[in-house]
Write a protein of this length. Structure first.
Length: 279
């Protein structure tokens, strides 16, 4: 019995213990970060490929930790989800984005759009958050379609009534929907005709290997043609080279996003970039 008892805990190595402690500490830090203004919103331009103009931006969150420096969302979004902080964070991301898009609509382009990411937890919880978003948009007198929500294919797959409701609520609020990381998930495609989606974002894994006559070129071509037939517009993610940009433009892709144009940058810098480019 003693041996079995020891065995039961044998997986709990010192390394794992340290990891668990680190997680606990980080979660605690994150709670303070949300309250203490350590979160920052970066923006990455989404470029209209035909004209080269910046029509949109994706909001990407950053955490400036007092001792660890900039923490990647890949590292802290999971913590935010397991601790429930994701709901406050999501609301903050929305409010900030609404403020900036109002400014960029009035100062740069009346159709400017900002897209925000939603974690499955946020999207699948029917908590009236979109009503709150709608209220904030009304307060800012934001006209329709100023904001886009990015969700992934997986979130539509177990299509229950909550999912349909949330999509309807977004529609009512005048918020558009983009399918993020397209092509990496289940790709059953049937949901494309079932749900009212506005944008497809071709995942970086396709863009990365684009070359004339490559299989990823064929796939991207097919995605673009199909999307257009269904009335959706296409954004290619992870555009890093001029060749990728040219191939995508030739294939009729509507928008591009990636390091070729700009990395995600702080809002003030993005503002300066818009001024310089006179979109
Ligand atoms: P995502 O939504 O797929 O965002 C695109 C990621 O690709 C971003 O990473 C962006 O910096 C990166 N990226 C953009 N262009 C290029 C490129 O040309 N090459 C390469 N190699 N990478 C590029 P980031 O900012 O680290 O965000 C990672 C993920 O964290 C996001 O993936 C998204 O899933 C999540 N995330 C970010 N902000 C939020 C947020 O406010 N809320 C939620 N729920 N998730 C967020
Ligand atoms: Ca995204
Ligand atoms: Ca993506
Ligand atoms: Ca992703």
């Amino acid at each position: 019995a003693k041996g079995a008892g020891r065995n039961r805990y044998s997986y709990f190595t010192p390394a794992l213990q340290v990891e668990a402690l680190t997680r606990m500490r980080l979660t605690n830090d994150l709670r303070n970060a949300v309250k203490g203004g350590q979160l920052e919103l970066y923006f990455q331009p989404i470029v209209h490929l035909k004209t080269g103009r910046i029509h949109k931006a994706e909001a990407l969150i950053r955490w400036r930790h007092p001792t660890r420096g900039l923490v990647s969302p890949m590292d802290f979004i999971p913590l935010a989800e397991s601790s429930g902080l994701i709901f406050d964070i999501g609301m903050w991301v929305f409010s900030e984005s609404a403020r900036w898009v109002q400014r960029w609509r009035s100062e740069h382009h009346p159709d400017f759009q900002i897209s925000v990411n939603q974690s499955p937890l946020e999207f699948q919880r029917d908590d009236g958050s979109y009503l709150e978003w709608q209220r904030q948009m009304q307060d800012l007198t934001l006209s329709g379609q100023a904001l886009v929500v990015e969700i992934t294919e997986g979130m539509l797959l177990d299509a229950n009534t909550t999912v349909s409701n949330k999509l309807l609520q977004l529609r009512d609020a005048g918020i558009q929907v983009a399918l993020d990381d397209f092509g990496t998930g289940y790709s059953s495609l049937s949901y494309l005709k079932k749900f009212d989606i506005d944008y497809l974002k071709i995942d970086r894994s396709f863009t990365r290997n684009l070359a004339p006559d490559s299989s990823d070129m064929a796939l991207s071509d097919a995605i673009i043609v199909m999307a257009h037939k269904l009335g959706l517009r296409v954004i290619a993610e992870g555009v890093e080279t001029e060749q990728q940009r040219a191939l995508l433009a030739e294939a009729g892709c509507d928008y591009g996003q990636g390091y070729l144009f700009s990395r995600p940058i702080p809002a003030q810098e993005f503002d300066a970039m818009l001024r310089a480019q006179q979109v």
